[in-house]
Ligand binder design. Structure first.
Ligand code: URA
Length: 437
């Protein structure tokens, strides 16, 4: 089978067979097919799209391109959670201890941040000593012992996706629905959970800017998961402004901890409760949404979720005293407000711009090898629908470089659209997609 013929077939709008897809995925993973031919195929797929059958074949080929984790040594229904990525998205830090405190075995593989979106692994490494480099035996032992473990994605998990995603990232072929769906689901399926809860973001800070595209992606991923025999649910949630108030690694960790202490922002708490509800139902720990919510809320009220986070940090070599004393986290050297230059109601925030501001301060990665500054970022003081007067703070800036701080200040102000009329807030949770939806 020649790669040239596969590219030509797709370029002309043909449907690739399972064998053709497996052939290019295997050949590329082994280094037998060059980047330029796979780039051409990705671009052909971008324009011609893929059918549901082709997307399924691509997902399976990538899932089985490396190790598929066997979590059968962990008792109970393992429920994984995945976010398509956003600004200020610290959900896993709060949600996984809440779910674990309700008895869901959490065996989670997470990634690092790239571009304007952050990653759970970077945030967890804010705890001094915390390590996500567990081998599969330690990972399984920790889940059996304390009910929760979070490890970095191993090089051997869906290596085909790793190579393809890096290539798509530099060839402007990331934002194709089938390619995103197969990329995410190949990793989730290889990670071995019994059920998967997906948080699909939509809005100016998300991959899927338009709501209809986010719903289409959610449906496609639910279909792929269900086809693989996993109970899969997707929640579509708003990313048209940052989640919560904090954007930046340590700032987000502190906000997640505050949420577990009962002081969380309303939108962030709502997301944790909505996703957690689906996790508890899928994991057989609640029969109804009401029961699931009650159980999740009680993990905050009785301190068991906070204690579970401390256990997780300690079990992975971190200093758990930071969970109870967040003032111990290091701080940026420049902490100052960004004051509003206008009066009115916040109509819109260009969310991606806020992520880019955090990136410019050193809080994110421009390339996969960038070293990030965990202390920098922004804590919003005003969000959509809030009224602001001239001279009132829109955010608190945390920086370690005066030049970067000045550039971010200008960019940040430009990302706020302040109107004179009353602003209606859009619903935060847009919908829940299950197989039958
Ligand atoms: N996240 C992924 O893992 N893959 C994509 O293609 C896009 C977002």
């Amino acid at each position: 089978m020649r790669m040239y013929d596969i590219i030509m077939k797709k370029r002309n709008g043909g449907e690739l067979t399972e064998e053709e897809i497996r052939c290019f995925v295997e050949g590329y993973t082994k280094g037998e097919i060059p980047d330029y031919q796979v780039s051409a195929l990705m671009m052909a797929i971008y324009f011609q799209k893929m059918t549901a059958a082709e997307t399924l074949y691509l997902t399976k080929a990538m899932e089985y391109s490396g190790e598929v984790l066997d979590l059968s040594a962990i008792a109970g229904i393992k429920v994984d959670k995945h976010s398509t990525g956003g600004v200020g998205d610290k959900t896993s830090l709060a949600l996984t201890p809440m779910a674990a405190a309700c008895g869901i075995p959490v065996a989670k593989m997470s990634g690092r941040g790239l571009g304007h979106t952050g990653g759970t692994i970077d945030k967890l490494e804010s705890f001094p000593g915390f390590s996500t480099a567990l081998d599969s035996r330690q990972f399984i032992d920790n889940v059996n012992r304390i009910g929760i473990a979070i490890m970095g994605q191993t090089a051997d998990l869906a290596p085909a996706d790793k190579k393809l995603y890096a290539l798509r990232d530099v060839t402007a072929t990331v934002d194709n629905l089938s390619l995103i769906a197969s990329s995410i689901m190949s990793k989730k399926l290889a990670a071995g959970a019994d059920a998967i809860v997906l948080d699909v973001k939509t809005g100016s800070g998300a991959f899927m800017k338009r709501e209809e595209d986010a719903f289409a992606l959610a449906k496609e991923m639910v279909e792929l998961g269900s086809n693989a025999g996993k109970h899969t649910i997707a929640v579509v949630s708003d990313m048209d402004q940052p989640l919560g108030f904090a954007v930046g690694n340590i700032l987000e960790v502190i906000e997640a901890i505050e949420t577990l202490k009962g002081n969380g922002p309303a939108d962030f708490l709502e997301l944790c409760l909505t996703l957690g509800t689906q996790m508890l139902i899928a994991g057989g720990k609640a029969e109804s949404e009401e029961e699931a919510r009650e159980k999740l809320v009680s993990t905050i009220e009785n301190g068991s979720a906070l204690a579970k986070l401390a256990q997780l940090v300690e079990a992975q070599g971190g200093d758990a005293s930071y969970v109870y004393h967040t003032e111990k986290f290091p701080k940026a050297s420049i902490v100052e407000p960004i004051l509003s230059d206008r009066e009115g109601t916040i109509r819109h925030i260009v969310c991606e711009e806020i992520g880019i501001c955090s990136l410019m301060l050193g809080g994110g990665r421009e390339t996969k090898d960038s070293v990030i500054d965990l202390t920098v970022g922004l804590v919003l003081q005003k969000k959509v629908g809030d009224y602001v007067k001239v001279g009132e703070p829109l955010a608190i800036l945390h920086a370690n470089d005066a030049g970067q701080a000045a550039a971010v200040r200008r960019r940040f102000l430009a990302s706020y659209d302040i109107a004179q009329e009353v602003v209606e807030k859009a619903p935060f949770i847009k919908g829940v997609i299950t197989k039958s939806t």
